[in-house]
Design a protein around this ligand. Sequence first.
Ligand SMILES: [Zn+2]
Length: 360
Amino acid sequence: MADSDQARWGDVVIEPGEQRAHYLTIAESSSGAGVRLPIYVWRGKQDGPTVCVTAAVHGDEINGTGAIRQLAREQPFSIVAGTLVLVPVVNILGFERHSRYLPDRRDLNRAFPGSSQGSQTARLAGSFFDQVIRRCAYCIDLHTAAVRRTNFPNVRADMTDPAIAAFARAFGAELIVSGQGPKGSLRAAACAEGCAAIILEAGEVWKVEPSAVEYAIRGIRNCLVFLGMVEGEPTEPPYRIEADSTKWVRAQRGGFLEFHVGPGDIVNADDVIATNTSLLGDEINTVAAPQGGVVLGMTTMPSVVPGDPICHIAYARKGTLRKAEKIVEGLGDETLHERARGDLASSMLVTDADAEPNSD
Ligand SMILES: [Zn+2]
């Protein structure tokens, strides 16, 4: 639950109306030095909830780190009420190694709420959970796709819980995928203790991608407006789709892919999403969408073996999908939605499904 004392963070006191960059000691290295997490605490003058924005719980997923750095540097809004806590890197030990995992090879995002007597990972999770998450009423946790994949920006949240659902909708993403999150994830553990946590999945590892950063900042601001912590109006998405189920379409044959869809594209049942060829271009087979939906995520690796995931599709009701398709057709190239679609597909070969094969 939210802590009534929002002033003390680690060993510093931050008064209403103040903001401050600071470090929290959360672990100890083998040389005995403290392992410290940078945090940025920004208090409004009026009372309000405590909200944290966390990034790089997976140490290689740094789009959110870039978004938080931009928030702290540019301060695109003011906090008038409550407390905003920005944590650019939660998994600092993985981050320093450009790795998803901690040095003991565990996944921090399966270790929450953690424990003071467990493994290195459990202790780090527990220390962070006690010092930050247990004091927050809301959390926005920023992620990207795992290595060799990319995600169109989408929010994941437990939409069966009214408070969490309202917070997730306030973020203003076009896509929300409903679910509770894996056991031990920061999101699931936080929600279990009354902190309404949602995640944003956007882009890929080891990069700070401009449109993913813009999505994150737009959503964070929207959530803070919703909570009365920031003045102004929210930015509405061009359409909204809430999906209960998603599915990875997998390669049935080994080969080399030419894609016919990009992240964020809307597909209908039986649309061809990739052509699988030999290395010299002879067609082996095509891969089709089993059902209509939105392309949430994709592999960025064109070489596949049977079973490799190609395309992650969020299934949506027929009516909503058609409506969204119409709206997208009318969107200008300068809109965030269209820029994100372009940016995320810019390093993939995406061609029309019915195009003649290249002869050169
Ligand atoms: Zn992640």
